[in-house]
Design a protein around this ligand. Structure first.
Ligand SMILES: Nc1nc2c(c(=O)[nH]1)N[C@H]1C(S)=C(S)[C@@H](COP(=O)(O)OP(=O)(O)OC[C@H]3O[C@@H](n4cnc5c(N)ncnc54)[C@H](O)[C@@H]3O)O[C@H]1N2
Ligand code: MOO
Length: 444
């Protein structure tokens, strides 16, 4: 894909070709206590990826994807006047006096079912049986439902009168030919898909689902389903958590699973996966530890940026455009290994990047607001993303309370939360009853 880090070869006056050092565009300067702000880091990553090119896709496979064309209806809906009831097509004038105590008998001239064509005109003083969805014959201007008749076959007794247009669905009353149905950039939902199918469209030009490769690093990790055989081992929850979150965000996910803290294994695995990835997401190995190898290995595979972001959790972050050539470079987001840090990093950085690759705006989840039920303390100089539970009280007011502690290993509390509260770097205390911003975690 076309990304940054272009390689320029220049022929200097003399013979020797000079290869410019390849690097990422300059990252934003740290602005908070030597750290990069969360918004600056996110905007930097977003500036380094482009939406994936669109192609023609089958309508149903395009669910959740962004259109890359305006869609105009070439036909009308309904395509012809038709009945909304099973009953008899009549002329109103012929049944104007009909009532329970004054039934009117009409000869039944025939029957029209849904799908019938070449319908003869309705003669004055006659009725024709008609089914829901069947074309209204010329001459008829109303439909009397079966319930207002004796359901006669050769002759029908009509016990109710009708006004013109009764139970007739008019041609073009839903969609006129030439109506703009969807715009370039719209995301296709089930009801849009129904509409497009309804006007006869079976393919659309849409951006594909990004193929996201997810892997976890750490020699302590064990594949769920296998026994823990030694002290110090932990199950790999991150690759499942991140894969599930990427899937919920609309990606096509390849979960590679776990890779141990081994330079060659990390390099080989990433190199092998590049061919099927629009984005690689790894967890672990980005902090200061002696075995935090991702940080030291990845610069050998591409252009990288490791930094500290003024947020909690999720402080150590890595990004790369991996690969040797511009044409093959794949973006990679390297999130920290603590499970809650990995998830918060997903929400803050990975999800917006996936949405940009999909071409689905807004890239960043819009915040909502709720009132705190109690005092909340935060850490100065960091954006705190605290796990929380938002509920609506009996009066319809949305309230929010923290779920558990701040520890970035607390998977149990994370799974109970339905929101992430956002407390900016200047906030130290929020008193009870104040409105605060949060991201709802409502998409799976
Ligand atoms: N001296 C310092 N130490 C640490 C710092 C620091 O600034 N100075 N930062 C801390 C913060 S904050 C975080 S977050 C972590 C990030 O560390 P890594 O990204 O290098 O992650 P690991 O060391 O590999 O693992 C951390 C922790 O998470 C567990 N883990 C890792 N992967 C998984 C997984 N797939 N499933 C479940 N659990 C996983 C791992 O066992 C560790 O307990 O660094 C701090 N240290
Ligand atoms: O950033 Mo670490 O993510 O604070 O635990």
């Amino acid at each position: 894909m076309a990304l940054f880090g272009r390689r320029k070869k220049r022929q200097e006056e003399a013979e020797e070709p000079v290869v410019e050092v390849q690097k990422l565009p300059d990252p934003p300067a740290p602005t908070i206590n030597g750290m990069r702000s969360m918004a600056d880091h996110r905007d930097y990553l977003l500036s380094l990826v482009e939406p994936l090119p669109p192609f023609g896709q089958n309508l149903l496979e395009a669910q959740g994807l962004a259109l890359c064309e305006d869609i105009v209806s070439t036909i009308e809906l309904p395509g012809f006047d038709n009945s909304s009831m099973d009953g008899y097509a009549v002329r109103c004038a012929d049944v104007a006096e009909a009532a329970e105590d004054n039934p009117i008998d009409l000869p039944v001239a025939g029957e029209i079912a849904a799908g019938d064509g070449d319908i003869p005109q309705l003669a004055v003083g006659t009725a024709v049986k008609i089914m829901t969805g069947a074309p209204i014959p010329d001459g008829a201007d109303a439909v009397i439902p079966y319930e207002g008749t004796n359901r006669g076959t050769d002759r029908v007794r009509i016990m109710v009168s009708a006004t013109p247009g009764l139970h007739i669905r008019r041609r073009g009353e839903d969609i006129a030919a030439g109506t703009l149905l969807m715009n370039d950039g719209d995301q296709l939902g089930p009801r849009n898909i129904g509409l497009l199918a309804g006007v006869g469209i079976d393919k659309v030009l849409a951006r594909p689902r990004p193929r996201v490769v997810v892997l976890s690093t750490g020699s302590e990790l064990v594949q769920p389903g296998s026994p823990l055989t030694g002290g110090g081992q932990v199950y790999d929850s991150n690759s499942y958590l991140l894969a599930a979150a990427a899937k919920a965000a609309g990606a096509l996910v390849y979960r590679v699973g776990l890779v141990s803290d081994d330079r060659e294994e990390i390099k080989q695995t990433i190199s092998d996966q590049m061919v099927r990835a629009d984005l690689i997401v790894s967890s672990g190995g980005v902090s200061q530890g002696d075995y935090d190898l991702v940080k030291s290995v990845m610069p050998e595979l591409g252009l990288t940026d490791f930094c500290q972001v003024a947020m909690q959790p999720g402080k150590p972050q890595g990004f790369g455009l991996i690969g040797e050539d511009d044409e093959e470079r794949v973006p990679m987001i390297m999130v920290p290994g603590n499970p809650v840090s990995a998830f918060v990093s997903f929400e803050a950085f990975v999800r917006p990047v996936i949405r940009k690759l999909m071409g689905v705006e807004p890239y960043v989840r819009p915040t909502e607001r709720a009132f705190t039920t109690h005092v909340i303390r935060s850490v100065k100089n960091k954006t705190q993303l605290a796990r929380a539970l938002v509920t609506t009280d009996p009066g319809g007011r949305r309230t929010v309370e923290l779920v558990g502690g701040h520890g970035s290993h607390l998977l149990g509390d994370l799974s109970k939360a339905n929101a992430l509260i956002l407390l900016g770097p200047d906030v130290e205390t929020v008193t009870a009853g104040q409105p605060i911003a949060y991201w709802p975690l409502n998409d799976g």
